[in-house]
Design a protein around this ligand. Structure first.
Ligand SMILES: [Zn+2]
Length: 388
């Protein structure tokens, strides 16, 4: 079967691939930065050990750099593992100016391709005779999301001269966040630390810094991500202080977004998500799926660099016994869910641990933490510049 889709002639970049798995039905959204002219699609049954496939060819299209960095490379092919709902994996191939998207399946499926918005293509892969799965995001939802992306892309109109880093001080205003042993508010520590990070970033790196807040004011979680998307930020760093039910937990952690994978991470996510209205939650799952694939690995890289550098800086001053490295962890944080750039959430130490709390209040601890965070961001940009 072959479809030809009309569009405007213009070289395009394939920027994002989103995969949604339902019952006997999968949807794959391909998002390009410009309309693709003359995309064609076909299906091939399993044969001689080669799995059943749905293939879409995007002429005069290339793979976006960030997309290539996000997935495992094998020659000119990039693999997105799926292993769910009859879809084994999605393989992206850069064929000298044309992009081929292959969806490998456990059994043959019917493939239809529908344009979504001005620069999206929606692939529907349905088992023969299956009814469409209504739990999958529909074209209208995806179109709304794509429009948001386009808005962010158009953001300032012209290409940026400098990288933009958004520093997000957690909580604020009527939301003080966690409370420390002696009453320290997380919102205050987050703001103090964020300002130090912003100052050091501007001093040391050639970047534009945007603070989501620089006073004790309440900003809804959704607005924080929206700010980063609107300015087309390169990085989003949310700064918090941790808390636990008892006084024994202590140490420093950097999170990046993933589905909550252990109970500890799930707990932090619940606490930091506490101000999200129930009514917002069903949509979150969709946005999470939409957001996670493209920037996940880069967020993980950034988290690792920040965590390592902070621990090195702080242990250099305080000694290894006083600075506990809890490493990089993943969780599903609302504030990271809707950001469209690599994003991390830094938990500076535990306010519920007496010594951690004491250190969190010290200007020296805050300075050295800020230095470590900026070291990590600097190393991340250096790796980017070297194409790593
Ligand atoms: Zn917090």
């Amino acid at each position: 079967m072959i479809w030809l889709l009309a569009g405007l002639a213009q070289a395009a970049d394939l920027e994002q691939v989103r995969i949604f798995i339902g019952d006997d039905h999968a949807r794959v959204l391909l998002l390009t930065d410009a309309p693709v002219n003359g995309a064609s699609a076909r299906t091939t049954p399993a044969k001689n050990g080669v799995p059943a496939r749905g293939t879409v060819l995007l002429p005069e299209t290339t793979l976006d750099n960030a997309l290539m960095q996000a997935y495992a490379r094998d020659g000119d092919r990039f693999t997105i593992p799926v292993g769910d709902g009859g879809v084994e994996r999605v393989v992206l191939a850069d064929l000298e100016g044309n992009v081929q998207v292959g969806v490998e399946m456990t059994a043959s499926r019917e493939l239809t391709v529908t344009p979504v918005g001005s620069s999206g293509l929606l692939l529907d892969l349905k088992a023969p005779g299956a009814i469409p799965d209504s739990s999958l995001p529909d074209a209208e939802m995806l179109e709304a999301w794509i429009d948001g992306v386009s808005l962010a892309r158009k953001g300032e109109g012209v290409s940026k001269e400098r990288r933009i880093v958004v520093i997000d001080a957690g909580h604020g205003g009527h939301d003080p966040g966690a409370s420390g042993c002696t009453g320290t508010h997380e919102a205050d520590i987050a703001l103090q630390l964020s300002k130090k990070v912003a100052k050091e970033l501007e001093k040391r790196l050639d970047v534009e810094v945007v603070l989501t807040r620089d006073t004790d004011v309440f900003i809804p979680l959704g607005d924080r991500a929206a700010i980063a998307n609107a300015v087309d930020a390169d990085l989003f760093v949310s700064i918090h202080a941790n808390a636990a039910p008892g006084p024994t937990a202590w140490g420093i952690t950097t999170f990046y977004m993933d589905t909550a994978s252990d109970s500890g991470a799930a707990r932090v996510a619940r606490r930091e998500n506490a101000l999200v209205a129930e009514s917002e939650m069903p949509m979150d799952a969709l946005i999470a799926e939409l957001s996670v694939a493209g920037t996940n690995r880069l967020s993980g890289d950034l988290a690792a660099l920040v965590q390592t550098n902070v621990i090195t800086e702080l242990q250099g001053v305080y000694g290894e016994e006083q600075i506990r490295d809890l490493g990089v962890q993943t969780a599903l944080f609302y504030v990271l869910v809707s950001t469209r750039m690599p994003a991390i959430l830094y938990e500076a130490s535990f306010l519920t641990h007496p010594e951690d709390e004491m250190r969190l209040r010290q200007p020296l601890f805050q300075e050295m933490s800020a230095t470590g965070i900026v070291d990590g961001i600097e190393a991340y940009f250096q790796a980017q510049d070297q194409g790593g």
